[in-house]
Design a protein around this ligand. Structure first.
Ligand code: TXD
Length: 319
């Protein structure tokens, strides 16, 4: 059976890390695409040369022409511009929307059967636009954000409780922005929900609130420290987890920006919700019970995403 083909559309900080991780995990042959001449070719060659040391077999090539992504099984999209200090994710909308139009056309022409994972910010609007520009089935186009936001939440909780990250599960709903909704009630240490851990004296409500806010600010904290760009290791790991669940039909239950057609009372929008990701793409969307305050926070997050989609339509009325 031929190897899977993974196309990385955008070979910058996240794209290069994606290529490295996909190689190490031997997920298939990898094509790095970018408009920057030479850069995808150089990164592909460099990672290919690491394969004899690491012991993985994968064809690793770099291209500047969409023909190079022909027949890809998975496309991971990071093409566009990243934030600099003082910029919000939403500030990237105008530039990155035009990039999504080009990427959508390239995928439509050369990889119409791919599972597409969008990373480019502002994520919830870009994945929505990318699905429309590409014309791919909504169940085959998702956004990576919730896995990253949950990973940040999990890391902070494991530090707070001094337990292994492997025994912390956390849950984040909603858009990938300041209005994201970390759900304490559904986040646990070995199945013990956070509110019970507060009662058991493991932490306090105030400390949990601080951790939730730090999760919301997770991207900005790193942008402020790096000064030259935004996070790329954890975003890349998060997208590879989603790609692996698709390629190996693992049916992982993951928070992804998925197309909602009425679930959670939302229509024709992409918002972060728990999904089952398998060989069929988004195979199921899990509708959990939200209490009043969670529903209010979720609705606010949906409102923020709706505003971004409106802004996209003002720029590209054909959306
Ligand atoms: O959780 C999330 N979804 C976010 C997403 C987490 C972190 C970063 N987030 C966003 O991902 C970030 O705000 C950016 O919009 C993307 C990519 O971030 P990255 O750090 O990889 O940005 P780089 O290093 O600038 O890489 C972007 C590449 C760069 O090599 C450009 O040459 C290329 O995109 N680029 C293009 N490729 C193809 N086509 C076009 N038009 C194009 N324009 C730029």
């Amino acid at each position: 059976m031929a190897r899977n083909k993974i196309a990385l559309i955008g070979s910058g900080m996240i794209g290069g890390t994606l290529a490295h991780l996909a190689g190490l995990k031997e997920l298939g042959d990898i094509v790095l695409f970018d408009i920057a001449e030479g850069m995808p070719q150089g990164k592909g060659l460099d990672i290919a040369q690491s394969s004899s040391v690491e012991g993985f077999d994968a064809r690793m090539t770099g291209v500047n022409d969409y023909a190079g992504i022909e027949g890809a099984d998975v496309c991971i999209v990071t093409a566009g511009v990243a934030r600099k200090p003082g910029m919000s994710r939403d500030d990237l909308l105008g530039i990155n929307l035009k990039v999504m139009e080009q990427v959508g056309a390239g995928i439509k022409k050369y990889a119409p059967d791919a599972f597409v994972i969008c990373i480019t910010n502002p994520l919830d609007a870009m994945v929505w636009a990318l699905q429309k520009f590409s014309g791919l089935p909504a169940g085959k186009v998702v956004g990576m954000a919730g896995v990253l936001d949950s990973a940040r939440f999990t890391h902070f909780l494991a530090e707070e409780f001094n337990v292994s990250v492997e025994d912390v599960t956390s849950f984040v709903l909603g858009g990938h922005g300041d209005s994201m909704v970390p759900l304490a009630r559904y986040s646990t240490v070995a199945g013990i929900p956070l509110p019970d851990l507060v009662k058991m004296g493991w932490t306090t409500k105030e400390k949990l609130e601080q951790i939730i806010q730090r999760t919301r600010d997770g991207g900005a904290e790193i942008v402020g420290l790096l000064k030259t760009g935004s996070a790329y290791y954890a975003p890349a790991s998060s997208a590879i987890l989603m790609a692996e669940s698709y390629l190996k039909d693992k049916k992982r239950v993951l928070p992804c920006a998925a197309f909602l057609s009425g679930q959670y009372g939302v229509k024709d929008m992409y918002v972060g919700v728990p999904c089952v990701i398998g060989a069929g793409g988004v195979e199921r969307i899990i509708e959990i019970e939200l209490n009043k305050s969670e529903q209010k926070a979720f609705d606010a997050s949906v409102g923020a995403v709706a505003g971004l989609c409106e802004a996209c339509i003002n720029i590209a009325p054909n959306l």
